[in-house]
Structure formats: C-alpha cells, structure tokens
Write a protein that binds this ligand. Structure first.
Ligand code: CO8
Length: 264
C-alpha cells in the first residue's frame, strides 16, 4: 500500500492514512487501497476493532491533519461522470467502515475537512484531539459534500446544525464538535492514541460476536420504523442466544468467575 499503514496488536488494528505531501487528502489510489485493506481486515478473526487515524505532515507533525479532504488536484478537472465514479469509489470503503463486523473508531488528530469529516462520520465512534477541527468546505469550492456528508452529518448533529456547517463552510473546533454530538470525546492531543487504544481494548474484551450483532442492529434499525426495528432486534437477540458466548457469559456470571468469550 502506498498511502496506508496497517499495524495490528492485541486484536486492535491501527490504520493510518499517510499522504504527508497532501495532508492525507483522499485520492483514488488511497480510496482503492482502503477498500481492499478493509475487506482483508474484515476477514481476520484476530482484529476486533479498527482505529483509523491520519499520519504526520511532511514536516513530521503528527497532529496537523487527520484527512484534509478529497484530493482537490484530482477533482479539479472531473467531468460529471468521473465525479460520480469518484463518489462511488469512496462510498464502498465508507460503507465498510460503517457496516463491517469490527468496530471502527476515528482518532481525529487534526484537520478533518470535507472528505476527512465524512470518513470520520462513517466510523462507529469519533475521538478528537483537542486541536482537531471539522468542516464541510465544499460549498466554497463549488461542489457539495459528496462522500456522504449531506446525509451522515444531518443524522449525527441534526438538520439545522448540518445545514449551518455545510452552507457556511465554517470550521468547528473539537469542543464545539463534542457539544453538537459530532464526536464522542475530546482529549489532549498527546493522549489521543492511548485513549483510542484503551477504548478499543475495552470493546475487544467484550463478546465480539455480540458486539458485531449489536452494531448491525443499530445500523439496520436506524432507518426503519420503530415497530419493524424492534422486531428485527428481537430476531438478532435470538441469534445471540444461540452462541457459546451467551451460555458462557451468563454461566460465568452465576458462577462468579471471569467469562471466556470466544465467538466472533
Ligand atoms: N487536496 C489536495 N491537496 C491538499 C488538500 C486537499 N484537500 N489539502 C491540503 N493539500 C496540500 C496543499 O495543496 C499543500 O500542498 P503543497 O505543499 O504542494 O502546496 C499541502 O497539502 C499542505 O497544505 P497547505 O500548505 O495548504 O497547509 P496549511 O497549513 O497552510 O493549510 C489547510 C492547511 C487549511 C488544511 C489547507 O491545506 C486547506 O484548506 N486544504 C483544503 C481543505 C479543503 O477544502 N478540503 C475539502 C476538499 S473537498 C472535499 O473533501 C470533497 C469531498 C467529497 C467529494 C465528492 C466527490 C464525488
């Protein structure tokens, strides 16, 4: 991979987007690599959580940029058809981040602009360094957020705030992002990766199959009416009741011992 780095340790994958010369902007090559590596990760039983972060800039500053957007130099001459294809090239890996059986955490270490904000929103959980900033600057460039931003931002922060961010292109700092529900927590930048890894370890220590089913229940039910969503949940609850982990988890509780949870 030219633009991504993958490290796996203790059931947690750290996937780093690394294009130092362009503040980790997403070009076609990076999106293709991302799509491939996420498929590979999803097939691995030794990875329970994926942390997505941005690599250092060309001056080796690790807290400059998460992802500074889609690559403007690639988009500048797009025809409508090329633009659509580019959008779909991103949609596939973004849906993988959203729906893969592993939990995905964005560790936002600086600029999360345009496609950077959008890829963070495709993850299950967002942790921001205190210097991180978020924006959807597309309307200042004559385009709209096209990597899911018009849809995911409104779902996360509500329509009014999403419209304000998208129409004004204003930067939102980490504290404001936390206040409006765009990120789950804000930590001093030096503590970002430790915090993300601690949360990942906690999630990985739970019943991983149950976590993946819970993720599917939340995602699938979100766009359903409540009656069908609750019925779908009951069916998935039934699925978890057929597992080793359910028997072991409950028996271990009753026997007052630690559970040996193995399903995934
Ligand atoms: N694309 C390409 N190159 C970029 C990008 C980008 N998004 N962002 C930064 N770079 C490059 C710069 O051109 C510069 O390159 P060089 O050194 O060769 O001149 C290098 O990264 C460093 O950047 P700066 O010198 O500008 O660094 P500063 O610290 O001065 O500024 C900023 C940092 C504020 C982040 C600034 O670089 C900036 O404003 N970047 C663009 C941010 C932006 O507008 N992002 C949104 C892009 S549009 C988008 O994401 C659309 C997504 C949906 C697409 C849907 C398609 C279907």
């Amino acid at each position: 991979m030219n633009n991504l780095k993958l490290e796996v340790e203790n059931e947690v994958a750290v996937l780093t987007i690394s294009r130092p010369a362009a503040l980790n902007a997403l070009n076609s090559e990076t999106l293709t690599e991302l799509n491939t590596v996420l498929s590979e990760i999803e097939a691995r039983d030794d990875v329970k959580v994926v942390i997505l972060t941005g690599g250092p800039d060309k001056k080796d500053n690790p807290y400059k940029s998460f992802v500074a957007g889609a690559d403007i130099s690639e988009m500048v001459n797009f025809t409508a058809a090329e633009a659509r294809a580019f959008g779909m090239r991103a949609a596939e890996p973004f849906f993988k981040l959203m729906n893969m059986r592993q939990v995905t955490i964005a560790a936002v270490n600086g600029f999360a602009l345009g496609g950077g904000c959008e890829i963070a929103m495709a993850c299950d959980i967002r942790i921001a360094a205190d210097n991180a900033s978020f924006a959807q600057p597309e309307c200042g460039l004559g385009i709209i957020p096209g990597f899911g931003g018009t849809q995911r931002l409104a779902r996360l922060v509500g329509m009014g705030r999403a419209k304000e961010m998208i129409f004004t292109c204003d930067n939102v700092n980490a504290e404001e992002a936390y206040r409006i529900g765009l990120v789950n927590k804000v930590v001093p930048k030096e503590e970002l990766m430790d915090t993300a890894k601690k949360m990942a370890a906690k999630i990985a220590s739970k019943a991983s199959y149950a976590v993946s089913i819970a993720k599917a229940a939340i995602n699938n039910g979100y766009d359903m009416d409540i009656k069908n969503a609750v019925e779908m949940e009951a069916n998935l609850f039934g699925v978890t009741c057929s597992t080793h982990d359910k028997k072991e988890g409950m028996t271990a509780f009753l026997e007052k011992r630690a559970a040996d949870l193995t399903d995934f």
